[in-house]
Design a protein around this ligand. Structure first.
Ligand code: AMP
Length: 299
């Protein structure tokens, strides 16, 4: 294992270096920075799938060194959510990260992130309203707080986030602008299963029947997006989309909406003439699924 604080790259196939403290993380970051290397960061909660790994691959193409973090952030789970049962597979995650060319993994403990006496929260109030903010009011404050801490700890030049969590991506962009955090936030396209279901660590919770139903979610919102892109009224397309979801076996729909791709302003009911996306969330079994699809007039 390469000692912390050096800038050399271990040979391909070596076990990845994992650090658990801010001090060890910064020693490595400082060593790389002193060599003029550009550093990119990919925060995750682990249980990695091809979606996460695509962010790591993108990161390796835009920076000289890539750091991933694995931290299941308790502040973004409500007491009734799955904090203690959230999928964990650290050994496998580390191997996958190494195979993608990730240079360092930061795995802080809960106590190190939120020691006794910890009090501070970051809230991005307007962007956190609506969509997932309505049914998960605790969520985006927890996300913004942990991402702010991780960015301060790591001080990367770039950080890569998935468009799968589009509201989160815009919240993080707003936060780094508002707080003058010197990092460029890069969005990365959604990676999907063969049937189009957006990859998610929580898909592992789905029964085989629910998994089959889940595969319709992207198909329906893609159709809604295409219909709106071709000039149909948003309210009519959404109404048909809602009916299609209920008839394919989704017990209920949390939301299906068209919003601005730039600032999440609710759009419609008529024709859409600005960059926009269709956003959807539903719960099937005990699993919450979210997805979004661009409304692209050129598709
Ligand atoms: P998580 O581990 O769920 O907190 O996700 C860590 C990062 O991976 C976030 O930036 C997510 O948006 C991103 N991500 C999760 N699933 C996907 C996916 N299917 N495609 C692209 N990015 C994803």
């Amino acid at each position: 294992m390469t000692p912390v604080g050096t800038d050399s790259r271990p040979p391909a196939g070596s076990p990845i270096k994992a650090v658990h403290t801010v001090q060890a993380l910064r020693a490595q970051v400082d060593a790389w920075r002193s060599k003029g290397l550009k550093i990119s960061f990919v925060p995750t909660m682990g249980a990695l799938h091809a979606g996460h790994l695509s962010l790591v691959r993108k990161s390796t193409t835009i920076a000289d060194r890539t750091i991933a973090s694995i931290f299941i952030n308790p502040r973004q789970f409500s007491p009734t959510e799955d904090l203690e049962t959230y999928p964990r597979n650290e050994e496998h995650d580390l191997k996958q990260l190494a195979a993608q060319g990730c240079d360092l993994v930061y795995v802080p403990s809960r106590d190190a992130m939120y020691p006794k006496g910890y009090q501070t929260s970051i809230v991005v109030p307007e962007l956190s309203q609506g969509l997932c903010g309505t049914s998960r009011p605790h969520f985006f404050g927890g996300v913004a707080t942990v991402v702010c801490k991780l960015l301060n700890q790591c001080r990367p030049d770039l950080a890569v986030f998935g468009e799968k969590d589009y509201q989160q991506l815009l919240i993080i962009k707003r936060m780094v602008t508002d707080l003058d955090i010197d990092v460029k936030i890069i969005g990365s396209a959604i990676v999907r299963e063969k049937d189009g279901l957006a990859m998610s660590s929580r898909n592992a919770y789905l029964s085989s029947q629910d998994r089959a139903t889940a595969g319709h979610l992207n198909r329906v919102i893609a159709e809604v997006a295409r219909t709106i892109a071709s000039g149909a009224r948003a309210d009519e397309a959404l109404c048909r989309g809602r009916a299609a979801l209920l008839s394919t076996g989704f017990p209920s729909i949390d939301y299906i909406e068209v919003r601005s791709a730039d600032d999440l302003t609710l759009l419609g009911p008529g024709v859409i003439d600005q960059p926009a996306r269709v956003f959807v969330a539903t719960v099937i079994g005990k699993t919450r699924l979210i997805d979004n699809w661009p409304i692209d007039k050129n598709q």
